[in-house]
Design a protein around this ligand. Structure first.
Ligand code: ATP
Ligand code: MG
Length: 421
């Protein structure tokens, strides 16, 4: 038997209901705020991610699904959404028709990671991007929408953490200070952090190693290197959040895993999960579009990990299961020509039905109708069909009668309320 790939999961028909509910909810919320859905390909040129996500990030170092196609092109299954959105924005010149593009996406992402609870190799993200505005109000708009989505899913045990990581110049100055401080404790740092001293020192800040964290207590603070423009941007966001009564915590060590962020970085974490508890991550990326060959357009956005979110909310959301109201049982070939007429009437009246295709005995067919708890059964038997009639059986009462085929449409309309309950 062929097994599914490690870290991938089938989403089964009973599980898909919550996915559909989720999609519908976010679609409504984002449409109202004039965000429009965009779908980009799952495969992209590897270079797109190499040029955007940044060296010595987890994704680039060890998580990408990269392969050569038959034409010897380097292809990567997208590990995240923003790079593809920016590529699409530039390629389709979306910025030429409007100064601001509000976009959202929903789809599978691929990262070669060790599979565990809340961590898969194929997982899904919902993301939004507000492209074209530098104003801190845009940061607030996107953060507020993330919160709004979580709230509308009855999920309120989360905390929002935000930080400012400044601009490239400020980060460079800070990185030098950090390196010279940490060099003094080089031998005590964990191995990953020691390596990062050379490649991506900022990421040492969010190391999970206790000794490293103790060393960091007295390290220079990123904030001390931020100039007034960065600080003001950050304070404005905080002010807005206060006004909106969205609780937040400033986490000065929040730097995020991707290199393209500047100014704002934020995460929404769940209090419910202990591991893999980050539900949403985002930030501002004012230089990314230029970096990928487009014009200089400031942007901000986030991505929510859907599997992680659903793990948390699945118990608190009750989703009405789909019910089948009508059953069509058949006996003999004669009956088959008439079924499509009945089905048409059921469709017009939006009555969920199941057509029995089993060729089992009528008794068996009715047994299944009973098991499915349908309300009404249409029985097409050769005997009645010859007289242009069918049998109607109400399963709850067992009441049964024949009816002229011509009168069926009128009959269904009359009893529709009894069928759909
Ligand atoms: P983590 O630190 O947990 O690896 P990340 O910083 O790599 O997260 P982002 O790139 O910010 O994650 O992606 C945004 C969100 O996507 C995460 O907060 C998480 O909810 C989800 N996510 C990321 N990687 C996975 C994965 N392998 N499986 C399931 N969800 C994931
Ligand atoms: Mg990761």
């Amino acid at each position: 038997m062929i097994q599914p790939l490690r870290g991938t999961k089938d989403i089964l028909p009973n599980e898909i209901l919550i996915w559909q509910y989720f999609y519908k909810t976010v679609h409504e919320i984002l449409s109202i705020a004039n965000y429009n859905e965009i779908r980009t390909p799952i495969i992209e040129n590897t270079e797109l991610f190499l040029r955007s996500i940044g060296n010595d990030t987890d994704i680039i170092n060890k998580e990408m699904y990269t392969f050569k196609d038959q034409g010897e092109r380097n292809i990567t299954l997208r590990p995240e959404g923003t790079a593809s959105i920016v590529r699409a924005l530039i390629h389709n010149k979306l910025y030429s028709t409007s100064n601001i593009s509000r976009l959202w996406y929903f789809g599978p992402m691929f990262r070669y990671e060790r599979p565990q609870q809340g961590r898969q190799r194929q997982f899904h993200q919902l993301g939004i991007e507000c492209i074209g505005i530098q104003n801190p109000a845009a940061d607030v708009e996107v953060i507020r929408l993330a919160i709004k989505i979580l709230d509308s899913l009855n999920f309120n045990q989360y905390k929002l953490e935000i930080n400012s990581i400044g601009n490239i110049k400020e980060r460079k100055i800070y990185t030098e200070k950090l390196i010279s401080y940490l060099n003094k404790y080089k031998e005590e740092l964990d191995e990953d952090s020691r390596n990062r001293l050379k490649t991506n020192p900022l990421r040492i800040l969010d190391s999970k190693n206790n000794t490293t964290q103790k060393i960091l207590v007295d390290a220079p603070k990123l904030k001390s290197c931020l100039e007034s423009e960065s600080l003001e941007h950050f304070y404005k966001i905080c002010e807005h959040l206060k006004y909106l009564e969205i609780p937040y915590k400033i986490n000065e060590k929040l730097v995020r895993g991707l290199d393209y962020y500047n100014y704002t970085a934020f995460e929404i974490k769940s209090n419910k999960l202990s591991n893999q508890n980050t539900i949403c991550g985002g930030g501002r990326y004012d230089k990314l579009i230029e970096q990928l060959g487009g014009p200089c357009i400031p942007s901000v956005g986030w991505a929510i990990g859907i599997e992680r979110l659903l793990l948390i909310i699945e118990d608190s959301i009750i989703i009405k299961e789909k019910k089948i109201y009508a059953y069509i049982a058949l006996q003999g070939n004669f009956a088959r020509e008439k079924i499509w007429k009945i089905i048409k009437v059921l469709e017009i009246n939006k009555i969920n039905y199941e057509l029995d295709l089993s060729e089992n005995s009528l008794k068996k067919q009715l047994k299944r109708a009973n098991l499915m708890k349908v309300n009404i059964c249409f029985i097409l038997r050769e005997n009645e069909i010859k007289n242009n009639q069918i049998i109607i059986k109400w399963l709850e009462t067992g009441k049964q009668n024949e009816i002229e085929l011509e009168k069926l449409e009128k009959y269904i309309l009359e009893v529709k309320n009894l069928i759909i309950t």
